[in-house]
Design a protein around this ligand. Structure first.
Ligand SMILES: [Zn+2]
Length: 169
């Protein structure tokens, strides 16, 4: 298989390596730390694309993860600071940790694909005009937005009012 390893440098200075040669497994290395992950998003959004376009958009998407990392950290930090971590006991705390992780992933996927869209520009539209995948786009943008919004809200929502009233008395 051809070696598609490319060295990249983010706008904020962090360097990394990206290999999207394997459609089933992407390798992103950030400062020598390998962050391998199955490109589930690419399987949904890039379904039916010819290899060259598939590779081009997959590369931009993975680079997008590196480029939008600060945004993902900002969102995670916001949830950490403003999340209602201490209300309603340990079970709710655990559910909020999981919701926070899901929201973080969803935000990061959305921002990486938004980066891909912005960077590929007219090329992005041309590729999907020639190889339409409306269901994949609906599933990705719709599903990820719903996950990002509702999982974030779950972390941020106040504890239940009955407990609050009880503690006031
Ligand atoms: Zn991704």
């Amino acid at each position: 298989m051809a070696n598609n390893l490319r060295k990249v440098r983010s706008w904020y200075g962090l360097t990394g390596e990206i290999d999207v040669g394997n459609h089933l497994w992407h390798l992103v290395k950030v400062s020598r730390v390998p962050l391998s992950h199955p490109p589930l998003v690419n399987l949904v959004l890039r379904k039916g694309l010819p290899p060259e376009e598939h590779l081009q958009l997959s590369f931009l998407h993975e680079f997008g993860h590196l480029q939008t990392f600060p945004l993902a950290i900002l969102h995670a930090g916001f949830l950490m600071v403003f999340g209602r971590w201490r209300s309603n006991g340990f079970g709710t705390f655990l559910r909020r940790i999981i919701a926070g992780a899901i929201a973080h992933e969803a935000i990061w996927e959305l921002s990486s694909e938004a980066y891909t869209l912005a960077n590929a520009g007219p090329e992005y539209r041309r590729i999907y005009r020639e190889h339409p995948n409306p269901f994949g786009h609906f599933l990705f943008w719709g599903g990820m937005t719903i996950l990002a919004v509702f999982a974030s809200l779950y972390v941020l929502k106040p504890g239940n009012s009955i407990q609050k009233k009880a503690s006031v008395r």
